[in-house]
Design a protein around this ligand. Structure first.
Ligand code: NAD
Ligand code: UFG
Length: 337
Protein backbone atom coordinates (compact mmCIF):
# COMPACT_ATOMS: atom_id res chain seq x y z
CA UNK A 1 0.00 0.00 0.00
CA UNK A 2 1.01 3.61 -0.38
CA UNK A 3 1.04 4.87 3.20
CA UNK A 4 1.30 8.39 4.56
CA UNK A 5 3.01 8.40 7.95
CA UNK A 6 2.42 11.59 9.94
CA UNK A 7 4.94 12.12 12.72
CA UNK A 8 7.10 9.76 10.68
CA UNK A 9 10.47 11.11 11.82
CA UNK A 10 9.51 10.65 15.48
CA UNK A 11 10.39 7.75 17.73
CA UNK A 12 7.57 5.29 17.01
CA UNK A 13 6.99 6.63 13.48
CA UNK A 14 10.58 6.08 12.33
CA UNK A 15 10.68 2.50 13.59
CA UNK A 16 7.31 1.79 12.03
CA UNK A 17 8.48 3.24 8.71
CA UNK A 18 11.25 0.63 8.64
CA UNK A 19 8.81 -2.24 9.18
CA UNK A 20 6.32 -0.85 6.67
CA UNK A 21 9.02 -0.62 4.00
CA UNK A 22 10.30 -4.08 4.89
CA UNK A 23 6.73 -5.36 4.48
CA UNK A 24 6.65 -3.93 0.94
CA UNK A 25 4.68 -0.73 1.55
CA UNK A 26 5.54 2.56 -0.13
CA UNK A 27 5.97 5.17 2.59
CA UNK A 28 5.90 8.98 2.71
CA UNK A 29 6.82 10.69 5.98
CA UNK A 30 5.11 13.97 6.95
CA UNK A 31 6.45 15.74 10.03
CA UNK A 32 6.93 19.33 11.19
CA UNK A 33 10.16 18.34 13.02
CA UNK A 34 8.91 19.94 16.25
CA UNK A 35 10.19 16.92 18.18
CA UNK A 36 12.44 15.07 15.75
CA UNK A 37 15.24 15.56 13.26
CA UNK A 38 15.45 15.18 9.50
CA UNK A 39 18.63 13.09 9.96
CA UNK A 40 16.31 10.19 10.81
CA UNK A 41 15.35 9.86 7.15
CA UNK A 42 18.90 8.93 6.10
CA UNK A 43 19.13 6.47 8.98
CA UNK A 44 15.95 4.75 7.79
CA UNK A 45 17.47 4.69 4.30
CA UNK A 46 20.62 3.04 5.63
CA UNK A 47 18.46 0.26 7.08
CA UNK A 48 16.12 -0.39 4.17
CA UNK A 49 18.26 0.55 1.14
CA UNK A 50 16.68 3.84 0.05
CA UNK A 51 15.49 6.71 2.23
CA UNK A 52 11.72 7.16 2.16
CA UNK A 53 10.25 10.41 0.83
CA UNK A 54 10.11 13.01 3.57
CA UNK A 55 7.93 16.12 3.38
CA UNK A 56 8.26 18.69 6.13
CA UNK A 57 4.75 19.74 6.99
CA UNK A 58 2.24 20.27 9.75
CA UNK A 59 -0.98 18.31 10.17
CA UNK A 60 -2.70 21.60 10.97
CA UNK A 61 -1.84 22.92 7.50
CA UNK A 62 -4.96 22.09 5.46
CA UNK A 63 -3.66 23.57 2.20
CA UNK A 64 -0.34 21.74 2.51
CA UNK A 65 -2.12 18.44 3.12
CA UNK A 66 -4.43 19.04 0.14
CA UNK A 67 -1.42 19.64 -2.10
CA UNK A 68 0.25 16.44 -0.92
CA UNK A 69 -2.90 14.35 -1.28
CA UNK A 70 -3.59 15.73 -4.76
CA UNK A 71 -0.11 14.82 -5.94
CA UNK A 72 0.05 11.33 -4.48
CA UNK A 73 -2.62 8.65 -4.21
CA UNK A 74 -2.39 7.27 -0.68
CA UNK A 75 -4.29 4.17 0.37
CA UNK A 76 -3.78 4.53 4.12
CA UNK A 77 -2.53 6.90 6.79
CA UNK A 78 -0.81 6.14 10.07
CA UNK A 79 -1.18 9.17 12.29
CA UNK A 80 1.62 9.47 14.85
CA UNK A 81 1.95 13.27 14.75
CA UNK A 82 1.14 14.79 18.10
CA UNK A 83 2.55 16.21 21.29
CA UNK A 84 2.97 13.72 24.13
CA UNK A 85 4.47 15.31 27.25
CA UNK A 86 1.98 14.84 30.07
CA UNK A 87 3.43 17.59 32.29
CA UNK A 88 3.61 20.11 29.46
CA UNK A 89 -0.01 19.34 28.58
CA UNK A 90 -1.04 20.49 32.07
CA UNK A 91 0.84 23.79 31.55
CA UNK A 92 -0.29 24.36 27.96
CA UNK A 93 -3.62 22.59 27.47
CA UNK A 94 -4.67 24.68 24.48
CA UNK A 95 -1.47 23.78 22.65
CA UNK A 96 -2.29 20.11 23.14
CA UNK A 97 -5.92 20.44 22.02
CA UNK A 98 -4.86 22.53 19.05
CA UNK A 99 -2.00 20.32 17.94
CA UNK A 100 -3.50 16.92 18.70
CA UNK A 101 -7.26 17.40 18.32
CA UNK A 102 -7.40 20.23 15.77
CA UNK A 103 -4.48 18.67 13.88
CA UNK A 104 -6.37 15.38 13.61
CA UNK A 105 -9.56 17.11 12.45
CA UNK A 106 -7.64 18.98 9.74
CA UNK A 107 -5.98 15.75 8.63
CA UNK A 108 -9.25 13.80 8.58
CA UNK A 109 -10.98 16.52 6.57
CA UNK A 110 -8.19 16.45 3.99
CA UNK A 111 -8.37 12.65 3.84
CA UNK A 112 -12.15 12.72 3.42
CA UNK A 113 -11.76 15.15 0.53
CA UNK A 114 -9.13 12.93 -1.08
CA UNK A 115 -11.14 9.75 -0.47
CA UNK A 116 -8.49 8.13 1.75
CA UNK A 117 -10.41 6.24 4.42
CA UNK A 118 -7.98 3.81 6.02
CA UNK A 119 -6.57 5.36 9.17
CA UNK A 120 -4.44 4.08 12.03
CA UNK A 121 -4.30 6.26 15.13
CA UNK A 122 -1.70 6.31 17.94
CA UNK A 123 -3.75 6.23 21.08
CA UNK A 124 -2.39 5.48 24.51
CA UNK A 125 -2.92 3.49 27.67
CA UNK A 126 -3.22 6.89 29.30
CA UNK A 127 -6.90 6.85 28.22
CA UNK A 128 -7.54 4.30 31.00
CA UNK A 129 -6.47 6.73 33.73
CA UNK A 130 -6.12 4.91 37.04
CA UNK A 131 -7.55 1.46 36.22
CA UNK A 132 -9.66 -0.35 38.80
CA UNK A 133 -7.65 -3.51 38.16
CA UNK A 134 -5.00 -5.00 35.88
CA UNK A 135 -4.55 -6.36 33.26
CA UNK A 136 -6.45 -3.67 31.38
CA UNK A 137 -8.96 -4.73 28.73
CA UNK A 138 -10.09 -2.52 25.87
CA UNK A 139 -13.63 -2.32 27.29
CA UNK A 140 -12.45 -0.78 30.58
CA UNK A 141 -13.80 2.72 31.23
CA UNK A 142 -11.70 5.59 29.95
CA UNK A 143 -10.84 8.45 32.30
CA UNK A 144 -7.94 10.71 31.48
CA UNK A 145 -6.17 12.57 34.26
CA UNK A 146 -4.50 15.24 32.11
CA UNK A 147 -4.99 17.31 28.94
CA UNK A 148 -2.78 14.98 26.89
CA UNK A 149 -4.93 12.00 27.84
CA UNK A 150 -8.12 13.93 27.21
CA UNK A 151 -6.87 14.90 23.74
CA UNK A 152 -6.47 11.17 23.00
CA UNK A 153 -9.98 10.38 24.29
CA UNK A 154 -11.47 13.19 22.20
CA UNK A 155 -9.76 11.89 19.08
CA UNK A 156 -10.84 8.31 19.83
CA UNK A 157 -14.44 9.53 20.13
CA UNK A 158 -14.23 11.55 16.96
CA UNK A 159 -13.00 8.49 15.11
CA UNK A 160 -15.84 6.31 16.34
CA UNK A 161 -18.36 9.00 15.30
CA UNK A 162 -16.73 9.08 11.88
CA UNK A 163 -17.04 5.32 11.40
CA UNK A 164 -20.66 5.45 12.55
CA UNK A 165 -21.42 8.23 10.07
CA UNK A 166 -19.66 6.66 7.10
CA UNK A 167 -19.06 2.90 7.16
CA UNK A 168 -16.51 3.18 4.36
CA UNK A 169 -13.93 4.24 6.94
CA UNK A 170 -11.51 1.62 8.25
CA UNK A 171 -9.99 2.90 11.47
CA UNK A 172 -7.66 1.39 14.05
CA UNK A 173 -7.25 2.93 17.48
CA UNK A 174 -4.03 1.43 18.84
CA UNK A 175 -3.54 1.97 22.54
CA UNK A 176 0.18 1.78 23.21
CA UNK A 177 1.48 0.92 26.63
CA UNK A 178 5.10 2.03 27.32
CA UNK A 179 7.25 1.88 24.20
CA UNK A 180 11.00 1.64 24.91
CA UNK A 181 14.08 0.23 23.19
CA UNK A 182 15.51 1.02 19.80
CA UNK A 183 16.36 -0.56 16.47
CA UNK A 184 18.92 -3.31 17.13
CA UNK A 185 21.33 -1.71 14.63
CA UNK A 186 21.83 1.26 16.96
CA UNK A 187 20.86 3.56 14.05
CA UNK A 188 17.37 4.54 15.24
CA UNK A 189 16.22 5.36 18.74
CA UNK A 190 14.46 7.79 21.01
CA UNK A 191 16.01 11.26 21.02
CA UNK A 192 14.09 13.57 23.37
CA UNK A 193 14.86 17.23 22.66
CA UNK A 194 14.75 18.28 26.35
CA UNK A 195 15.45 16.58 29.66
CA UNK A 196 13.47 13.33 29.29
CA UNK A 197 10.26 12.81 31.28
CA UNK A 198 10.10 9.09 30.65
CA UNK A 199 11.94 6.44 32.58
CA UNK A 200 14.14 4.70 30.01
CA UNK A 201 15.28 7.83 28.13
CA UNK A 202 16.22 9.29 31.51
CA UNK A 203 18.14 6.16 32.50
CA UNK A 204 19.94 6.36 29.14
CA UNK A 205 21.08 9.91 29.95
CA UNK A 206 22.34 8.78 33.35
CA UNK A 207 24.18 5.86 31.75
CA UNK A 208 26.07 8.16 29.34
CA UNK A 209 26.76 10.73 32.06
CA UNK A 210 24.45 13.48 30.77
CA UNK A 211 22.43 13.27 34.01
CA UNK A 212 23.87 12.37 37.40
CA UNK A 213 21.22 10.23 39.05
CA UNK A 214 17.80 8.77 38.33
CA UNK A 215 15.02 9.93 40.62
CA UNK A 216 12.62 7.07 41.32
CA UNK A 217 9.21 8.63 41.81
CA UNK A 218 7.81 6.83 44.84
CA UNK A 219 8.58 3.49 46.49
CA UNK A 220 5.38 3.31 48.52
CA UNK A 221 2.95 2.04 45.89
CA UNK A 222 1.02 -1.16 46.42
CA UNK A 223 3.31 -3.12 44.13
CA UNK A 224 5.81 -5.91 44.93
CA UNK A 225 8.76 -3.54 45.47
CA UNK A 226 6.77 -0.34 46.03
CA UNK A 227 7.73 1.31 42.71
CA UNK A 228 5.39 1.87 39.75
CA UNK A 229 4.68 -1.04 37.43
CA UNK A 230 4.31 -0.56 33.65
CA UNK A 231 3.95 -2.63 30.52
CA UNK A 232 7.15 -1.81 28.61
CA UNK A 233 6.98 -2.84 24.98
CA UNK A 234 9.87 -2.92 22.52
CA UNK A 235 9.37 -0.27 19.86
CA UNK A 236 10.20 -2.89 17.19
CA UNK A 237 7.29 -5.05 18.39
CA UNK A 238 5.05 -1.98 18.48
CA UNK A 239 6.07 -1.12 14.91
CA UNK A 240 5.04 -4.59 13.73
CA UNK A 241 1.69 -4.08 15.48
CA UNK A 242 1.03 -1.25 13.00
CA UNK A 243 1.83 -3.43 10.01
CA UNK A 244 -0.56 -6.03 11.41
CA UNK A 245 -3.27 -3.40 11.98
CA UNK A 246 -3.01 -2.21 8.36
CA UNK A 247 -3.33 -5.81 7.18
CA UNK A 248 -6.40 -6.23 9.38
CA UNK A 249 -8.03 -3.06 8.05
CA UNK A 250 -7.54 -4.20 4.46
CA UNK A 251 -9.89 -7.09 5.24
CA UNK A 252 -12.21 -5.41 7.78
CA UNK A 253 -14.02 -2.10 7.39
CA UNK A 254 -15.17 -0.32 10.54
CA UNK A 255 -13.40 0.24 13.83
CA UNK A 256 -10.63 -1.72 15.53
CA UNK A 257 -9.54 -0.84 19.07
CA UNK A 258 -6.65 -2.79 20.56
CA UNK A 259 -4.07 -2.57 23.30
CA UNK A 260 -0.48 -2.94 22.15
CA UNK A 261 1.60 -4.11 25.08
CA UNK A 262 3.29 -7.28 26.27
CA UNK A 263 0.85 -8.16 29.04
CA UNK A 264 3.69 -8.12 31.60
CA UNK A 265 4.33 -5.45 34.19
CA UNK A 266 7.83 -4.46 35.35
CA UNK A 267 8.64 -2.17 38.26
CA UNK A 268 10.91 0.85 38.02
CA UNK A 269 13.57 -0.98 40.04
CA UNK A 270 13.38 -4.02 37.74
CA UNK A 271 14.00 -1.75 34.76
CA UNK A 272 16.89 -0.02 36.56
CA UNK A 273 18.47 -3.41 37.29
CA UNK A 274 17.99 -4.73 33.74
CA UNK A 275 19.46 -1.56 32.27
CA UNK A 276 22.44 -1.75 34.63
CA UNK A 277 23.09 -5.28 33.37
CA UNK A 278 22.78 -4.13 29.75
CA UNK A 279 25.29 -1.30 30.13
CA UNK A 280 27.61 -3.16 32.49
CA UNK A 281 27.39 -0.86 35.51
CA UNK A 282 24.71 -0.04 38.05
CA UNK A 283 22.47 2.98 37.41
CA UNK A 284 22.69 5.38 40.38
CA UNK A 285 19.24 6.23 41.70
CA UNK A 286 17.52 7.87 44.64
CA UNK A 287 13.97 7.40 45.85
CA UNK A 288 11.98 10.64 45.87
CA UNK A 289 8.30 11.57 46.29
CA UNK A 290 5.62 10.22 43.96
CA UNK A 291 5.10 12.12 40.70
CA UNK A 292 1.61 13.68 40.67
CA UNK A 293 -0.78 11.85 38.35
CA UNK A 294 1.18 8.56 38.26
CA UNK A 295 -0.73 5.31 38.80
CA UNK A 296 0.59 2.30 40.69
CA UNK A 297 0.16 -0.33 37.99
CA UNK A 298 -0.66 -0.29 34.30
CA UNK A 299 -0.36 -3.32 32.07
CA UNK A 300 -2.37 -4.67 29.20
CA UNK A 301 -4.63 -7.57 28.49
CA UNK A 302 -3.23 -8.37 25.06
CA UNK A 303 -5.61 -11.15 24.05
CA UNK A 304 -7.55 -8.96 21.58
CA UNK A 305 -4.42 -8.03 19.64
CA UNK A 306 -3.35 -11.66 19.54
CA UNK A 307 -6.78 -12.85 18.40
CA UNK A 308 -7.62 -10.11 15.90
CA UNK A 309 -4.21 -9.20 14.53
CA UNK A 310 -2.30 -12.43 15.02
CA UNK A 311 0.34 -10.21 16.61
CA UNK A 312 2.19 -10.41 19.89
CA UNK A 313 5.27 -8.81 21.35
CA UNK A 314 8.32 -11.07 21.42
CA UNK A 315 11.12 -8.99 22.97
CA UNK A 316 11.79 -9.21 26.70
CA UNK A 317 13.01 -6.51 29.07
CA UNK A 318 16.68 -7.47 28.63
CA UNK A 319 16.39 -7.06 24.85
CA UNK A 320 14.62 -3.71 25.29
CA UNK A 321 17.32 -2.40 27.62
CA UNK A 322 20.15 -3.84 25.49
CA UNK A 323 18.85 -2.13 22.35
CA UNK A 324 18.14 1.16 24.16
CA UNK A 325 21.68 1.12 25.49
CA UNK A 326 23.26 0.31 22.09
CA UNK A 327 21.44 3.29 20.58
CA UNK A 328 22.46 5.62 23.41
CA UNK A 329 26.06 4.46 23.53
CA UNK A 330 26.53 4.92 19.79
CA UNK A 331 24.63 8.21 19.71
CA UNK A 332 25.34 9.88 23.07
CA UNK A 333 24.00 13.20 21.76
CA UNK A 334 21.14 11.57 19.82
CA UNK A 335 20.87 12.28 16.08
CA UNK A 336 23.24 15.26 16.38
CA UNK A 337 26.30 13.02 16.38
P1 NAD B 1 7.57 11.69 18.97
O1 NAD B 1 7.47 13.05 19.56
O2 NAD B 1 8.92 11.08 18.86
O3 NAD B 1 6.91 11.68 17.52
C1 NAD B 1 5.83 12.51 17.18
C2 NAD B 1 6.22 13.24 15.91
O4 NAD B 1 5.15 14.10 15.52
C3 NAD B 1 7.46 14.13 16.08
O5 NAD B 1 8.40 13.80 15.09
C4 NAD B 1 6.93 15.55 15.92
O6 NAD B 1 7.88 16.39 15.29
C5 NAD B 1 5.70 15.32 15.06
N1 NAD B 1 4.63 16.31 15.21
C6 NAD B 1 4.09 16.81 16.35
N2 NAD B 1 3.12 17.69 16.05
C7 NAD B 1 3.03 17.74 14.71
C8 NAD B 1 2.22 18.46 13.80
N3 NAD B 1 1.31 19.33 14.22
N4 NAD B 1 2.38 18.25 12.47
C9 NAD B 1 3.33 17.38 12.01
N5 NAD B 1 4.14 16.70 12.82
C10 NAD B 1 3.99 16.86 14.15
O7 NAD B 1 6.58 10.75 19.79
P2 NAD B 1 6.38 9.18 19.69
O8 NAD B 1 6.82 8.60 20.98
O9 NAD B 1 6.93 8.66 18.43
O10 NAD B 1 4.80 9.12 19.69
C11 NAD B 1 4.06 8.97 18.49
C12 NAD B 1 2.59 8.95 18.82
O11 NAD B 1 2.32 7.90 19.73
C13 NAD B 1 2.08 10.23 19.50
O12 NAD B 1 0.80 10.53 18.99
C14 NAD B 1 2.01 9.84 20.96
O13 NAD B 1 1.02 10.57 21.63
C15 NAD B 1 1.62 8.38 20.85
N6 NAD B 1 2.02 7.60 22.04
C16 NAD B 1 3.34 7.58 22.42
C17 NAD B 1 3.70 6.89 23.57
C18 NAD B 1 5.12 6.89 24.04
O14 NAD B 1 5.35 6.64 25.23
N7 NAD B 1 6.12 7.12 23.18
C19 NAD B 1 2.73 6.18 24.31
C20 NAD B 1 1.42 6.19 23.87
C21 NAD B 1 1.08 6.91 22.73
N1 UFG C 1 9.68 7.18 36.58
C1 UFG C 1 10.64 7.43 37.55
N2 UFG C 1 11.61 8.37 37.29
C2 UFG C 1 11.66 9.06 36.12
C3 UFG C 1 10.67 8.80 35.13
C4 UFG C 1 9.69 7.86 35.39
O1 UFG C 1 10.62 6.84 38.62
O2 UFG C 1 12.55 9.91 35.95
C5 UFG C 1 8.66 6.15 36.83
C6 UFG C 1 7.24 6.67 36.84
O3 UFG C 1 6.89 7.14 38.11
C7 UFG C 1 6.46 5.42 36.40
C8 UFG C 1 7.42 4.71 35.45
O4 UFG C 1 8.72 5.21 35.77
O5 UFG C 1 6.22 4.59 37.49
C9 UFG C 1 7.15 4.97 34.00
O6 UFG C 1 7.11 6.37 33.76
P1 UFG C 1 7.14 6.99 32.28
O7 UFG C 1 7.16 8.48 32.45
O8 UFG C 1 8.24 6.38 31.51
O9 UFG C 1 5.80 6.46 31.65
P2 UFG C 1 4.30 6.68 32.11
O10 UFG C 1 3.73 5.31 32.36
O11 UFG C 1 4.16 7.66 33.17
O12 UFG C 1 3.65 7.34 30.81
C10 UFG C 1 3.93 6.86 29.51
C11 UFG C 1 3.87 8.02 28.52
C12 UFG C 1 2.47 8.47 28.35
C13 UFG C 1 1.58 7.31 28.03
C14 UFG C 1 1.69 6.29 29.14
C15 UFG C 1 0.80 5.12 28.90
O13 UFG C 1 4.66 9.11 28.95
O14 UFG C 1 2.41 9.37 27.27
O15 UFG C 1 3.04 5.86 29.20
O16 UFG C 1 1.15 4.46 27.77
F1 UFG C 1 0.34 7.74 27.91
Amino acid sequence: MKVLVTGGTGYVGSHTAVNLIEAGHDVVLWDNLSNSRAAVVERIGALVGTPPTFVQGDVRDAAGLDRLLEKQAFEAVIHFAGLKAVGESAQKPLLYYENNVQGTITLLRALEKAGVRTFVFSSSATVYGDPACVPIREDFPRAATNAYGRSKIMIEDMLSDLVAADPRWRIARLRYFNPIGAHESGLLGEDPQDVPNNLVPYICRVAVGREAVLRVFGADYETPDGTGVRDYIHVRDLALGHVAALRYLQAHPGMLTVNLGTGHGYSVLEVVKAFGQACGRPIPYEIVARRPGDVAQCYADVSAARRLLGWQAVHDLDAMCGDAWRWQERNPQGYET
